[in-house]
Design a protein around this ligand. Structure first.
Ligand code: C5P
Length: 247
């Protein structure tokens, strides 16, 4: 798109993908805050669809019914809250029980297609930091910077356990098993599987604090000429309570 054709060039995007509990939500929020860009937590959209479909008794493999459902949902992010048809569903979508339905509807091509448009609407100046599984491969395949954030399954399960505030070994093993099942489904699905884009920078955060990952992403962004809307004060990466219980 060019000025000559009368349309504005697309706003820049930083895509941050990775498996569950790899820290991408925390990092995306911190990077967006530093740049004063918008942030898209695409997983929240799949969680909303999984939650509402379950409540309405919709078959989680019925593409047609699920795509119709997406069309009926008005999903808005405001001040850290996720509102669905004007109701605050922030806590409900983060319930551990919603992770599996979210992952199941995420494997349905019609759902991904319907959510494509919804996600692309978030791309506005001065820029967008988008986190998910297919930001750099599908939704924003032309993103200026793509990061694929990984960490060992054990490190990710441990982080999730800390977020959930539980300490028993059984909880840890249960979390680890659930996380592996979800990762497997995300990697093996036929459409938009979880994978690093060929041009993504892979960061293994197993032994890195989130703040160091944020700094690395900001350095990469700076090298690409991606700058903030205005200089924002340095903030430590912190996961917001609204995301904390996802698994
Ligand atoms: O990121 P989060 O863990 O909240 O995502 C919940 C589920 O939504 C994931 O397990 C995945 O199956 C699905 N998802 C997806 N594509 C995205 C983001 C999330 O399929 N871009």
């Amino acid at each position: 798109m060019s000025a000559a054709s009368g349309t504005l060039p697309a706003a820049p995007v930083i895509a941050i993908d990775g498996p569950s509990a790899s820290g991408k939500g925390t990092v995306a929020a911190a990077v967006a805050a530093r740049l004063r860009w918008a942030v898209l937590d695409s997983g929240a959209l799949y969680r909303v669809v999984g939650l509402v479909a379950t409540r309405r008794g919709i078959d989680l493999a019925d593409g047609e019914a699920l795509a119709t459902l997406v069309g009926e949902l008005d999903i808005a992010f405001a001040n850290g809250a996720v509102r669905v048809n004007d109701k605050d569903e922030s806590a409900a979508i983060r319930a551990p029980a919603v992770a599996a339905p979210a992952s199941r509807v995420g494997a349905v091509p019609a759902v991904r297609e319907a959510l494509l448009v919804v996600q692309r609407r978030f791309r506005r100046p001065p820029g967008l930091v988008a986190d998910g599984r297919d930001m750099g491969t599908v939704v924003f395949a032309d993103a200026e910077l793509k990061v694929f954030l990984t960490a060992s399954a054990e490190a990710r399960a441990l982080r999730r356990q800390k977020q959930l505030g539980r300490a028993s070994a059984q909880d840890f093993n249960g979390l680890l098993a659930a996380m592996r099942r979800r990762d497997e489904r995300d990697r093996d699905r036929s459409v938009a599987p979880l994978t690093a884009a060929p041009d993504a920078v892979v960061i293994d955060s197993t032994t890195m604090p989130a703040a160091a990952v944020v700094d690395q992403v900001l350095t990469l962004a700076g090298r690409k000429g991606l700058r903030g809307a205005a200089s924002a004060p340095a903030t430590r990466a912190r996961r917001t309570p609204a995301r904390a219980s996802s698994c």
